[in-house]
Design a protein around this ligand. Sequence first.
Ligand code: GDP
Length: 482
Amino acid sequence: MTNAGMEEQSSYDHVLTAEYSSLIAMEFGRNPIVNDEAAFDIYPSPTRPNPSTLPLRPPIVTIMGHVDHGKTTLLDKLRSTSVAKGEAGGITQHIGAFSVPVPASSGEGPKTITFLDTPGHAAFSAMRARGASVTDIVVLVVAADDGIMPQTREVLDLIQREKLNAVVAINKIDKPGVDIENVQNALLAEGVQLESFGGDIPCVPVSGLTGKGLDDLVETISLIAETRELRAEQEGDIQGYVLESKIRKGLGPVATVLLLRGCLKPSAHVICGTHHGRVRSMLDSSDKAVKAAYPGMAVTVTGWKSLPKAGDEVLQGTEADVKKAIANRERKADLEATMEDLEVINEQRRLERDRREAEAAEEAPSSPVVRHPEQQGPKELRLVVKGDVSGSVEAVVGALQCIGNKEACVKIISSGVGDVTESDVLRAQAAQGTIVAFTVSTPRSVEVLAKQHSVPLVSSKIIYSLIDDIRSSVIQLLPPII
Ligand code: GDP
């Protein structure tokens, strides 16, 4: 196993994938057209910042390892050394992350390191399930007196699978009789390419209990971060993730937001899932007010109208955009709930039918139940889809053809770009289908023809309401209870 992520020389935190930016555009009620060439151009070229000129951001580090190998002790030590002397004794809030300063002598790297302190937390599983990993570097803790254990292997698998940068911390070196070399050999046997053996995974002996080796660990992390060139915009709208959220007395719903991009300030409008708010204040782990938060920082944000969920993404927009996106997201959530209801209704219908058939068979055991021959396969809602550009036709076809189940579903007869034409009507009529016109118009004469041939025509400019309409039509195709 190597530090594969190191090969990527930099991480451009302002670049979004075409798919992701399309989704955001749809959330804000726009109709995205994906042009592969332009997909990464979120700025017009004269204003596009050169990624390598963006400021460095602190690396985000997660400590992982087998139970009892000393993760909590190590985190506590790192945290306590990071709390300024003047604040010692002051009450610190647990906010899911803390910052450790990097000594100035450690080169051109970041000034601080952000440690996440709840790696087993639900928020992380939620983020990972969505393929969003906020971790740049994993510190794998291996207790020198225990060696490689099952959870150590799980972490090694994760590092390899997600191509994460890693540092091995061989812990508990203060214990008498421990053999660091033994642990290193065991790691080599697992395929871990340690730096001291010509590989690129550093290995640092430490003691979370005494603090020995922690400076080396911080320096090693900072060196990896320097090589990775973790850079992010420190201005403009933010992107971040909720680490924790709760209701706090006197503050209402609060959420710790880990920022990855942009600058968060009070009075910003933020959205997270179907929750939103206007930032009233931001607090650090000592509950001190923060005026502006930057990438790599975790701050407790107050001002939410309701409680956001840990692991969800936080974005910023104008008040109107946030409102619009909330309406769309709520609608989407409703649709998903409808789909689940649909499954439940189907299951109930199936059970009811089975019960009636069983009853009928019991009542007339000598005469076989006479059944009407059933139509083979699911009932189909056949569609002829027209849209204004190929991107939107693809998006509509992609969304509509997922609707349905084993008993009733959508079948796309044809799809194309442009206004609805007479041949679309004839094609739909031949297939006993419906025409879907997405953001295109239908000439009056074609409308008349469709009416004459009893071809239904569904026009829409909003993909969610179109999905809604088509879903209702599919529901109507479901067999009634006999
Ligand atoms: P976790 O389950 O990985 O979070 O492990 P903990 O941090 O809870 O540590 C498990 C046990 O190992 C505790 O009894 C710690 O006091 C002890 N421990 C942790 N780090 C060290 C260390 O560096 N040296 C020694 N001697 N004991 C340690």
